[in-house]
Design a protein around this ligand. Sequence first.
Ligand code: MN
Length: 485
Amino acid sequence: MDAVQNIISLMEVPVTEKDRELIEQAYLFAAQAHKEQKRRTGEPYVSHVVAVAENCAKLGMDTETILGALLHDVLEDTSTTPEEIKTIFGENVLFLVEGVTKLGHVKYRGRVRHVESMRKFFVAIAEDIRVLIIKLADRLHNIETLQFVPEEKQKRIALETIEVHASLAGRLGMGKLKGLLEDHAFKYAYPKEHEKTVNIFTERVPRAQEAAQNAENKIVKTLTDFKLESQVDSRVKHTYSLYRKLLKHEWDVEKVYDIVALRVLVTNLPDCYQALGLIHMLWKPIPGRIKDYIALPKHNGYQSLHTTVITEFGIVEIQIRTHEMHEIAEMGIASHFIYKETATSGKRVTKPNWLDQLKELHGVIKNPSKFLEHLHLDLFRDRIFVFTPKGDVIDLPEGACPIDFAYLIHSSIGQQTHAAKVNGKMVALNTKLKNGDIVEIITSKNAKPSSKWLDFAKTTAARKKIRTYITEHGGFIERFFTRNQ
Ligand code: MN
């Protein structure tokens, strides 16, 4: 039972004797059910479900999730019936296994099917986030072993991983999982770009590491002198994330300051700002690169202070946050499962509050087509996700209208917007878009931006382009009107 022992040792939540028995039972059940099957690697199939359970354990998940992970492929691939699972492991575990099985039917066939798959994922999130976490853990193991998959399938799976799974992990704040999924998929999705990025990476990392190490020593000394308790280490950027940044800067690596970044972890929130102050006493920061994601967290809940300083060793990016913020940055929504130290009692307490919210939510959603309207997860607060007819997901602020959507697709589409369809029906251009809407823009060569659009366009990008157009092309009255807004 080495496999079971290993899973349990990776779990970050308390495991009772009863839990241990259930995990053993699920392992034996899966091994029996899959006994005729082998992985492409030649290993027995059960090794895959064990790896998925291990991934879930590392993500801090509870016993039911581990059971769901061990059993996640039995309905799909074996003669096991739902009733058997329910009888032995209970209704909750069956719910998880069925949830993962339904998601399994989603195949990424280019962007056309993207809408459908994203919708299914959102349903899964609304019903029980653990379904999604098992699915992501499953995908991680599949992408880690992608070299064994026939070549013609590799690219499709890799692209799907980046566009669906990694992006969802990112939305849920699971930074570590997102990075792993992307890095494993990168080479298969974009082989040439991967090679180019790896070359830049290999050439740059040693120098960046040396600068970071020297800066680290100096920071540790200063923080200690000022009696600020901290833990400083460095992190090397994920290769896919480096690639995205290089694209943004037209492959000019000189503009990427965080190939190696320093992470300063402190005990509490005031210490974050004090550490930032002390670091700015040591070195001058680059203006415009000080980011306060503590006061203004990212949409996925990420919190940290970022600064880029000019040291005698080179330019170094430094990220400052508390241990708790760090855990959330790495684990995101999964971190809610992990038992946390409380300052007063030193006792460990769990707080999966959002799980209760989700259960309530599940009760509210009777009509599946309405689910997105009821999805009030904090993570998605103030943001909506709409789709192009081809299935691209477009992320917009709440209250955005088809004009915002059109400009986000391309400014030339924005400029020539004539009309819009939402879910197949013609709508007014000032219609507020809702989560899950499929939006189609009808352009016309004769259409041009109108100052009226400024009454309802919500995004800065669209408003700026409308203003610019009117100033450049508009008549006197319209120009006058714009200036006086
Ligand atoms: Mn699987």
